[in-house]
Each structure stands twice: as C-alpha cells, then as structure tokens.
Design a protein around this ligand. Sequence first.
Ligand code: BGC
Length: 361
Amino acid sequence: MRAMAVFPNRRELKIIDVPVPVRQGERDVMVRIREVGICGTDREISEFHYGTPASGTDRLVLGHEALGEVVEVGPSVRTLAPGDLVALTVRRPCNVPECLACRAGRSDFCVTGKFSERGIHGADGYLTELVVEDEHYVVRVPRVLADVAVLVEPLTIAAKAAVDLDTILRRYPWEPMGLRALVLGGGPIGLLAAMTLVARNVKTFVYSLEPANSDRAELTRSIGAEYVSARDTSVADLVSRIGAVDVVFEAVGTAKVAFGAVSCLAPNGVFILSGVPAGGKTIEIDLDGIMRDIVLKNQVLFGTVNASRASFEAAIQKLEQFMGLFPAAIRGLITHRAKLEDVPELLRHPSGIKQVVVLAS
Ligand code: BGC
C-alpha cells in the first residue's frame, strides 16, 4: 500500500510502501482514504522544520486533513457502518493520569505536550490508502457534503474558536449586538473563519496580501464579507479604514501583522490567534502600548489549536449551513485536486487556496 512519507534525518520526502493496517480492537474502524487536504503545517514538516516520526521509526506518513469511507467495522462499533463517509480527528491523548484535559476527552487542551497527532507528531498520517482507527476518532459526514467534506478539519479550527468566543462573550450581562470582526489572512482557515462569522451575522472584513481584484477577494465578497488588500492598506492604517472591531481572528502566522492589528480591537474586544509562526524573528513592537490597551479596554487575547470530536461535529454542521448559504464559495475554496505523486510539487509550489490530494473516489 502506498503512502507519502517524510524522513527528517535524511531530509527526504517520497512515496513508500507500508503494510496494510489490521483491525485489532473491537471498536476499530477501517477507513479507505478518499481525499487529504494540504496545509501550511504539511509544508513546514516537508521542509523539516516541524513534525516527528513515531518512536522507533525514522519516517512520518504525512497528511492530517482527511476524508474517507468506512470499509470495515469491529463488533462493538455502534455509530458507523461500511459505506459511511467520515472525517478523522488528528490528536490522540497523552497517557499521563494527571492530565485532566486528556482524561476528559479534550486532548486539544492537553497540558503535558505528550499527545500525538496523526501526520504531525509521533503518529503516521492519512496520505495513504487505508487506515485503522478507534470509532471515537472517526466522525460521520453526510453524503451531500462529499465534494467539500475534506474541509471539515480546517473548519474545526474556526468551530472551536467560535465556542470559546461565545464563552467569553457570555461575560457581558447584555446580549452583544451588531458585532464586527476582522479576519487576518485569506487562506483556507481565514476564509472558513470569515464564513463562520458571516453565518452568525457578524459584519466581517478580511485583510490579506492578494490584490483587491484577486479570486480570494472575489470569493470574500461573494459571502458578504468585505475584502481589504494589504497592497492598498497597511496594518497601521487598518483601523482608520474599517473602524474598531469586536473580534479579530488571526490566520496569518506572523506576529508583525497580528500584533500590528491589536489596535483595531474595540473595548471589550476578543483577539483570537490561530497561526503558528516559524519563530526566530525579532520584531520591534510597542508592547507597552498593547498591554495598556488590553488592560484599559478589558480585552481578551487567546490562542487556539487543534480540535476535539465535538468541534468536528460542529464543523460538519457549519459546512451544511455554508452549503445552503454560499455553496459556490465553499466549493471555490478547493482550487486544486492532485494525485499522491504530485504532493512534493504541491508542497514546494503552493498556489490557489486549498490543494487536495485524491487517493480514491
Ligand atoms: C492541525 C492541528 C494541529 C496543529 C499543530 C494544524 O495544522 O490542523 O490539528 O494541532 O497543526 O500541530
């Protein structure tokens, strides 16, 4: 069976032959992988800056944004049957008894860092033909979503952030009205976050590098959000262009843009960070001013990573809602479908919005 693997020690990326996995536990499910999305994390891993093979091996099978079809189920599996379309979660819990997060089924909040992540840290990923996984990590997706369901995993990032945002908004003893939001970055995560906000009737701006007449700008406008190009407006000028916003969702992964935009935040505003910078760069920034504002305006800044099964279920519901609201925009996010052998090229030369590898149909 073929798989796309990275060998960090040898700095190699290639197709390898791996054994067909076998169901062992009573709750195990065998899934035929249909599609896998490629993202910035895969690029970082393929450039050997991130990612770790499972212990005892020198290679890591890539891929964590998976859509598949169930081919076999163990005798105790209750929620799935052969033929079901499924998305697979990424993180698996640590086994430290004191980790309350992992013990509560929320490894996305793991405190030990000893979790594994399929295709990223210590566990093989989904860029292969068949995988075996416990039922808990396999989430059924309605057939009507088949052509876009590979977007479920990236959408979970926005779905999880939306729940945490609601928790913070509940601190006000009034119903927040007329909310305005700024999304930094027009990549797949940024655009999915923009859709999540627009679908909640939040007036949304997307700030990104591409020009105002680009496909991303068109797609942004088609969902009812406003596009602001970094070519016409500097981060420093953003607030005078769009006014203060109640929510900022950062999806660019650069501190300069992220912290440059903190001044856009209205009193009581919430700033959500989701990008992971490569690190190592020093930038000059008025942190005293940022801290003063955060304190004097009761603002909240939080980071968000990974997602639980509940966020996968929420993302699937959101995807159904988006397919009703803006089906062309959702489909338009997937700009390339390629074969397993094209992965090295896709990783080297990103283009379009979301690139997807097709393993089976
Ligand atoms: C994945 C998350 C993962 C994070 C950090 C992201 O690309 O979507 O599941 O937790 O990388 O490894």
